[in-house]
Design a protein around this ligand. Structure first.
Ligand code: PHE
Length: 345
């Protein structure tokens, strides 16, 4: 049995000198040292030996397996290092190389302008209504009828308004003012809201006009609201948005749903009022329409105009962004030229 053991040990040592990888070592361990390995087979026979021999052979078997274990272990460490070195060589990386450029998106200037305007009004006590309270595909009822726009008003004409084929009275809203009606149908005064969104008009496209653009509608209805409140709120908005430095002017105007009505112009930033292509020579750019809510509009939504009054306004987001960032052509917002957009990171 002793010779048997020694023979197996010799074989094992032989195998070990030939081993060249961790895989080989695993095979050797399985062949000799596992539960079904050659040494275990021998150890199983120990129980049949006389007590004295059993001790000697048992000790020898243990000694040999321990020696084998430790050789396998040191070879394992050695191979592991070698294999790791080879792997690392293959994956060698230069940590001084500059990183890969990952382009980062950012918010479109119209979105950030909208956010900025809306947050100014939020700070003035207005809340925001969007989407379900002011759909872009709208009916004549909300876009015109309830806003006191007469049936024969030229703004209803196909030239200004995009009608759809869904039904004769369904259109792409030409203004966000329909949001006023949606809000007043759902809420009793006091009402103080702004509603941003996209509007569509069949315009000739030029530096100032596109056939869709963005507006922010505002509505304030309560007891004792006067034109003084309108001026106070809008002047404060202009002061906060532009800083006090840009000259502005109030101009009387007309809208079917407000009486009296006004428009606010801001001096053209491109020419400082001298007149240029962007302001078509006038020196001013109109940024918003406003006025006291017409009593007819209040009546239409069941609000008593003898008890309540209010003002409304609608401003053009593109115009406001152009004036703030000195953008001379509205079409730049919609061309998606990254050289333009990247300036608004
Ligand atoms: N809806 C008007 C426009 O698009 C602007 C406006 C809104 C005027 C609210 C008065 C009150 O021109």
């Amino acid at each position: 049995m002793k010779t048997q053991l020694e023979n197996i040990y010799e074989n094992a040592k032989n195998d070990l000198t030939k081993a060249s990888s961790i895989n080989d070592l695993d095979d050797i361990r399985a062949k000799y040292l596992s539960r079904k390995g050659e040494f275990n087979e021998i150890k199983k026979g120990l129980k049949d030996l006389p007590e004295q021999d059993r001790k000697i052979i048992g000790a020898l078997a243990n000694e040999i397996t321990q020696k084998l274990e430790s050789t396998i272990k040191s070879k394992h460490d050695e191979f592991y290092k070698k294999e790791l070195d080879i792997k690392l060589q293959g994956e060698k990386l230069d940590i001084t190389l500059p990183g890969k450029y990952v382009p980062q998106g950012h918010i479109h200037p119209l979105t950030s302008t909208t956010n900025e305007i809306v947050s100014i009004f939020q700070n003035l006590g207005f809340s925001v209504v969007i989407d379900e309270n002011s759909p872009e595909v709208e009916t004549e009822y909300y876009n015109f009828d309830m806003l006191n726009v007469p049936q024969d008003h030229p703004a209803r004409d196909m030239q200004d308004t995009f009608y759809t084929k869904i039904a004769p009275n369904v259109l792409l809203r030409s203004q966000t003012s329909g949001a006023q009606i949606h809000v007043m149908e759902n809420k009793k005064p006091p009402i103080r809201v702004v509603s941003p969104g996209r509007v569509y008009r069949n315009e000739n496209i030029n530096a100032r006009k596109n056939n869709f653009f963005h507006q922010i509608e505002g509505l304030y209805v309560d007891k004792n609201i006067t034109f003084g409140d309108l001026k106070g709120v809008l002047n404060e908005f202009i002061r906060l948005y532009f800083g006090s430095s840009r000259p502005t002017r109030f101009r009387s105007s007309f809208f079917p749903f407000t009486e009296p009505s006004a428009e606010i112009d801001v001096q053209c930033i491109m020419c400082d009022g001298k007149g240029c292509r962007t302001c078509s020579g006038t020196g001013w750019l109109e940024i918003l329409g406003a006025g006291m809510v017409d009593p007819n509009v209040l009546k239409g939504v069941g609000i008593d105009p003898d008890v309540y009054s209010g003002f409304a306004f609608g401003m053009g987001v593109e115009r406001l962004a152009m004036l703030k960032y000195a953008i001379d052509d509205i079409r730049l917002f919609f061309n998606n030229d990254v050289r333009f957009l990247e300036q608004f990171k």
